[in-house]
Write a protein of this length. Structure first.
Length: 305
């Protein structure tokens, strides 16, 4: 799917003109890829890398264009069992045109940082900033889900909460790799600012994004270390809850078995005491209840020691 945009009055507007300066391809099919290769001279390998979720962030400077591949978080869905994924976005900067390749349909140009845009290079910088901002938002969500799961694990013995916790830990590993990859890209952009034709203000903005990206990495690292260090403790909590439940079930079983034993003894097909007594049933029930009360008394005293 192709959407066309243009920079009008310092803002990005969707355009119906054939000569849109910003072309956004979402999950391009074979015909779109062939069009990009034949009409814009894009390298087929770089084109495929821009849509590969496992590709690392990088910068390639070609004679006709500049290719930038960076990592960004995927849209989160609870159907993913709290697994936060990472995807790749490709940017191809020509002299008067910007081509963006994305694997999923999202609003790339939303947010207050896109309130004022004056050039194509500024669009690129703000797209990368949007990725960092998106990572930070997901990290807050991961921290929130982690706290909720911790409370549920303390009260539950189900494996699904531990599985969700493992998914969060796995997500943080993906995020750490992606954020670190973006950090390398930002360094390359800073070192190549003359080739990309960045202004002094844009270079300062890039420095700010680099700092925020490093802070984002440290935050993800802290969350990852916390989750990793507490996984064993939380598994032990579930094991302890299971032991308490088994202890309770054992006590209930014994409470049932003690009177059952008394009744079973008096139910044998042999001559037994009180067989002819008119109150034989109530005597047997009294013995069974007394035996149960004695067991509960002994267990209570043992528990108090």
């Amino acid at each position: 799917m192709l959407k066309k945009y243009k920079i009008f009055e310092n803002a990005i507007r969707e355009s119906k003109d054939e000569n849109g300066t910003i072309l956004l391809f979402t999950d391009p099919d074979e015909s779109d890829r062939k069009h990009l290769v034949e009409n814009y001279g894009l390298d087929e390998h770089t084109l495929n890398s821009a849509l590969d979720p496992d590709e690392i962030s990088r910068l390639e400077i070609e004679p006709e264009y500049i290719a930038i591949i960076f990592k960004r978080p995927k849209n989160f869905s609870k159907k993913d069992t709290l697994l936060f994924g990472v995807t790749t976005t490709g940017i191809f900067l020509f002299k008067e045109k910007l081509i963006i390749l994305n694997s999923e349909d999202i609003e790339l140009f939303e947010g207050k940082h896109f309130a004022k845009v004056s050039s194509l290079t500024e669009v690129i910088i703000k797209l990368i900033y949007g990725s960092v901002y998106h990572f930070l938002g997901h990290l807050k969500a991961i921290n929130m889900f982690s706290d909720e799961l911790q409370e549920k694990i303390n009260l539950s013995m189900e494996n699904k909460y531990l599985i969700n916790l493992f998914a969060l830990e796995k997500s943080l590993v993906y995020y750490l790799n992606a954020i670190n990859s973006n950090s390398v890209l930002l360094e390359k952009l800073k070192n190549s600012y003359t080739k990309i034709d960045l202004s002094k203000e844009q270079l300062e903005y890039l420095d700010d994004i680099y700092v925020e990206n490093n802070q984002c990495y440290k935050q993800a690292e802290i969350y990852s270390n916390i989750l990793a260090s507490l996984m064993d403790a939380r598994a032990s909590v579930i094991s302890n809850n299971l032991n308490v439940l088994m202890k309770t079930l054992t006590i209930i079983t014994i409470c049932i078995m003690v009177p059952t034993l008394v009744v079973s003894v008096f139910s044998m097909n042999v001559k037994i005491p009180f067989q002819q007594h008119p109150f034989a049933f109530w005597i047997i029930m009294g013995i069974a209840i007394t035996a149960l009360l004695m067991f509960l008394l002994l267990w209570h005293r043992r528990k108090l020691k």
